[in-house]
Design a protein around this ligand. Structure first.
Ligand code: 13P
Ligand code: SF4
Length: 341
C-alpha cells in the first residue's frame, strides 16, 4: 500500500462495543451515539496500528473527545506536550494538535520522527509574526530580552531568548530579573502578564482568533443567567478577564476545578476543552462556550490513521533552526516544569 492509496473505511463490529465499553461510558454524554458507531472502528484501527508501530499519540486538550479519550497516550496543554516530547521513549510521535506544537516536539526530540495528521493545522498567533519581525524588534529595543509564547514558528523560536506557555509566562518573565522584556506575539496574554508582574512589556499585535471573540457581556450573561463561576484563558481580551473568577492556562483550569469543585462553571475558552474537562469532573455542570478552534478541528480519526499508516506528514526543520530554537525551549523548561495532571 502506498501513500496515495485510498483509506479503507473500517467497519463497525459488535465485539468492539464490548471491548470499548468503558471508554463509551466515559464519553457517552460527549459523543452522540450515531457518531460513536462511526468513530469506534477508527479508534480500534488506530490503537492497533499504534501498537504495531510502537508510536506514541500526543493530543492537546483542544482535541475532540473521540481523539482525546479514544486514542491519545499523552494529553495536556502545550507545556505538558512539550515536556512529554522531551521525555518520550518512542521513536515515533504523532502530534494531534497544531503545527507549532508538532514543531516544538521535533525541536525537543530531534532524533525522533514527529508526524502531524494535517500540515495545515495552523494558529493565528503563530501566523502573526516572522523571524524578521523579531529581528526588527531587537533592533528597535537593543539589549531587551525576547520572550516568545510557544504559539510561534520554529524560526521565531530560534530568534528568541526564552519561550513560555500560558502556564508559565509570569514565571518566565520574572525569572529574567529585568525591568523590560519584548513579549510576543499575543497582546492579550502580554497585557495579562504585565498586570501580574512589575515588568514593562513591549507587545506585538497577535491575537488568538478563538479567544478574541469572547466579550465581557457574554461572560456576565453566563454568571447572571446561570449563576456560574467564570474561568477564562489569558488569551481572552482584558475586559473578559476582568469578569472572571479565575484566569489560568489550560492545565491551571483543571487544577482550579479539582480544588474548588464549583456547582456550575462557564469555561471561557475553546469548546472541545470544555468537553474534555466535563468528562473529568462529572459533578460540575458546564455552561459550554461555543468557540471551536478551526485549526485543531483539522485533526480527525481518519487522518491520524493515515499518518500512522503512511508515516505522513513528517515535521522537518533545518538543523541550525532546531539548535537555536531548542535553547529557547529548554530555558523555558528549566524555569518550571509542571506536574502532569
Ligand atoms: P495552552 O498553552 O494552554 O495549551 O494553550 C495553547 C493554545 O493554543 C491556547 O489557545
Ligand atoms: Fe492558535 Fe487560538 Fe487555535 Fe490556540 S485556539 S491554536 S491560540 S488559534
Amino acid at each position: 500500500m502506498n501513500a496515495t492509496s485510498p483509506l479503507p473505511v473500517p467497519t463497525w463490529r459488535e465485539e468492539l462495543e464490548h471491548e470499548y465499553a468503558a471508554l463509551r461510558a466515559r464519553i457517552e454524554h460527549l459523543v452522540p451515539c450515531m457518531e460513536w458507531s462511526l468513530h469506534l472502528p477508527w479508534i480500534e484501527a488506530i490503537n492497533r496500528l499504534k501498537q504495531q508501530r510502537g508510536a506514541v499519540i500526543m493530543a492537546h486538550s483542544y482535541q475532540s473527545p473521540e481523539i482525546f479519550h479514544g486514542v491519545a497516550d499523552v494529553t495536556g496543554d502545550s507545556l505538558a506536550l512539550a515536556q512529554a516530547a522531551a521525555d518520550c521513549d518512542s521513536d515515533l510521535i504523532v502530534l494531534c494538535g497544531v503545527h507549532f506544537m508538532a514543531e516544538s516536539a521535533k525541536i525537543l526530540a530531534p532524533d525522533k520522527t514527529v508526524l502531524i495528521p494535517d500540515l495545515e493545522a495552523g494558529c493565528s498567533l503563530a501566523a502573526s509574526i516572522t523571524a524578521e519581525d523579531v529581528r526588527e524588534l531587537r533592533r528597535q529595543h537593543p539589549g531587551v530580552p525576547v520572550v516568545s509564547y510557544v504559539n510561534t514558528s520554529a524560526a521565531v523560536k530560534a530568534e528568541t531568548d526564552v519561550c513560555c506557555t500560558s502556564a508559565n509566562a509570569v514565571q518566565v518573565v520574572e525569572s529574567l530579573g529585568v525591568d523590560k522584556v519584548i513579549f510576543l506575539p499575543d497582546q492579550f496574554l502580554g497585557k495579562h502578564v504585565a498586570s501580574q508582574t512589575g515588568v514593562e512589556l513591549v507587545l506585538w499585535h497577535g491575537r488568538c482568533e478563538v479567544h478574541e471573540k469572547f466579550t465581557a457581556g457574554e461572560a456576565r450573561h453566563a454568571r447572571e443567567r446561570f449563576d456560574a463561576k467564570l474561568v477564562a484563558h489569558p488569551e481572552c481580551p482584558p475586559e473578559v478577564l476582568a469578569e472572571a473568577d479565575f484566569v489560568g492556562s489550560t492545565s491551571a483550569m483543571g487544577r482550579w476545578l479539582a480544588k474548588e469543585q464549583p456547582k456550575r462553571v462557564a469555561l471561557i475558552t475553546e469548546c472541545s476543552m470544555a468537553d474534555n474537562l466535563r468528562a473529568q469532573f462529572p459533578r460540575t455542570e458546564f455552561i459550554k462556550p461555543c468557540n471551536l478552534c478551526p485549526h485543531m478541528q483539522r485533526i480527525t480519526l481518519p487522518n491520524i490513521y493515515a499518518a500512522l499508516r503512511d508515516l505522513r506528514h513528517e515535521i522537518h526543520i533545518p538543523a541550525d533552526i532546531i539548535e537555536r530554537a531548542r535553547g529557547s525551549l529548554t530555558r523555558m523548561l528549566a524555569v518550571g516544569r509542571q506536574e502532569r495532571v
